[in-house]
Design a protein around this ligand. Sequence first.
Ligand code: PLP
Ligand code: COI
Length: 339
Amino acid sequence: MDNINWSGLTFGYLKTDYNVRAYYRSGKWGELEISDSEYVPMHIAATCLHYGQEAFEGLKAFRGKDGKIRIFRMRENALRLQSSARGIMMAELPVELFEKAVVESVKRNERFVPPYESGASLYIRPLLIGMSAQVGVKPAQEYLFVVFVTPVGPYFKEGFKTTPVGIYREYDRAAPHGTGIYKVGGNYAASLAAGEIAHAAGYSAVLYLDAKEKKYIDECGPANFFGIKNNTYITPASSSILPSITNKSLIQLAESMGMNIERRPIPLEELTTLEEAGMCGTAAVISPIQRVDDVERGQSYVFSKDGKPGTVCTQLYNKLRAIQYGDESDEYGWVTILE
Ligand code: PLP
Ligand code: COI
């Protein structure tokens, strides 16, 4: 792998050697299969193509200073994929099969796990899709689960730097009792138009308000939102946001740092009182927010006057990364070390 510039990697797709697949047919899951093809043959009436029967996951593997590979919280991703499957009527994948496929996909592509020094990681993308033909709006009878991996750098090209995010009130990503709590492709399709407008205007992401009242903070396009004030970690409670595993982890880390935790609706005006704000997710890790612009209303909420990440964001970021790369002991049992 002499020709990969590990520390220059962006969050993009790079071909690796193998992917791992399993089919659900006749009411049961088959054995894992190893493939070196990047393609999936499918029926032209497959439900994933027409009716969005598609859910995915995102998790990462890290190479430590000791050379060992660590996978972060894969059981949580397995459980969330089951929840997404239930949400859009797909066959649920057993946790053990998910974990076996993830481990196998990392082991088979071990040479693509970036070296410790690069600060990069191996992104693992599990995908579950409806495969059988259906023209009426009904769930498929057959499903494919596939896991591929690709080495990645930071999702936001700035890395651990502050960036501005924009509120675009005329766009919603997910409805209050819709699919926002599931990791399904349709949510991301729904976020593309606003995302493009925001990127062209210099924002790293769109910050969505609750779709019903436009009063409360929901989340960003690819990451949850959190704020810090008075030694308190505050993150939205909402029926239309993805339950982020990174956010869940940061809550535990913040608690262990002696902070209070509040999970509740966050009114937009409360942004004026926050000392720090950030986006968090597997791809985003922590991406500190420089300011939030309520674009149509011409109002700005500034968190970092000097453009530097805040001290709490920095502490949380360092702590999370230290556990992921194995620099600090994993007292929470979050990490699976590969043999
Ligand atoms: N919110 C959305 C919409 C996401 O796509 C993601 C990414 O997975 C997250 C939040 C963060 O979730 P996690 O920390 O589990 O990666
Ligand atoms: C992740 O953080 O894993 C995501 O899926 C976010 C984005 C790439 C969709």
